[in-house]
Design a protein around this ligand. Structure first.
Ligand SMILES: [Mg+2]
Length: 245
């Protein structure tokens, strides 16, 4: 029996990351908005509450700029600054994370491959094109354009329908416990959590697998293939496939 019939990936900070010069971006946003600069990007990030809202990035960043402006005693239009920040951000400036292309190839050898991102298509499209992901995956779901996003089950259900696979046979790989792992489990998929640091603990989320690099995905997919009738190699023979997973 195959271990996984399909594999799908989160996009941001799982398959790829931004390649921005954040300091330059911050300065250009002030220039674009025609506002005398104040503060530093390092001051802005802690003032942003919670994860970015894919439907309202300007409002999300605007609230941060409003707090920062108050701290610096400046009377500015924070929404205009946030809009300028969005305007100068080049979403095509992305790079694959280490092991991503190998993981995509290993996934393609296992079955259909999907991407599920919480961002809307109009923002994520530039990343998909810059990475050449269209040619490497069978389905892309943009949850930012759906009524509900991860961790809701709905975008995962769209994904498995698009891939024509059962949820319980599908592995979802993502870097967020509360969005990716929780969402995959809500929809009955199995999960691999890509953690940022070996010190990070999964807590109560209980991902099915924990990896420190996408390079580990190929091994994870290869485990248990001996049961498929393939002659296990020397190393694989030493490892018993887990019975229940
Ligand atoms: Mg992510």
């Amino acid at each position: 029996m195959r271990r996984f019939a399909a594999v799908a990936f989160d996009l941001d900070d799982t398959l790829c990351r931004h390649d921005h010069d954040v300091d330059a971006l911050y300065r250009r946003a002030f220039e674009e908005a025609g506002v005398e600069p104040f503060g530093e990007p390092e001051e802005l990030w802690p003032l942003l509450a919670g994860p970015p809202d894919p439907d309202d990035r300007v409002g999300y960043r605007g609230a941060g700029f409003a707090r920062l402006a108050a701290q610096h005693g400046r009377d500015v239009d924070p929404v205009a600054l946030a809009a300028a920040f969005e305007a100068v951000a080049d979403e095509s400036r992305v790079a694959y994370l280490p092991g991503a292309t190998e993981a995509l190839a290993a996934a393609a050898a296992a079955g259909p491959v999907g991407v599920l991102t919480n961002g809307p298509e109009d923002r994520q499209r530039a990343k998909i094109e810059a990475l050449g992901l269209d040619d490497l995956v069978d389905a892309i779901v943009y949850a930012g354009d759906l009524p509900r996003r991860k961790p809701h089950a709905e975008p995962f259900e769209r994904l498995t329908a698009a891939l024509s696979v059962d949820a319980e046979e599908t592995l979802y790989v993502g870097n967020s416990l509360s969005y990716d792992v929780a969402g995959a489990h809500n929809a009955g998929l199995r999960s691999a959590w890509l953690r940022a640091s070996p010190d990070d603990a999964p807590g109560a989320y209980g991902p099915d697998h924990v990896v420190d690099s996408l390079a580990e995905i190929a091994d994870l997919l290869a485990e248990g293939r001996g049961a498929d009738g393939r002659e296990p190699g020397g190393e694989a023979a030493a490892t018993e496939p887990e019975e229940s997973r």
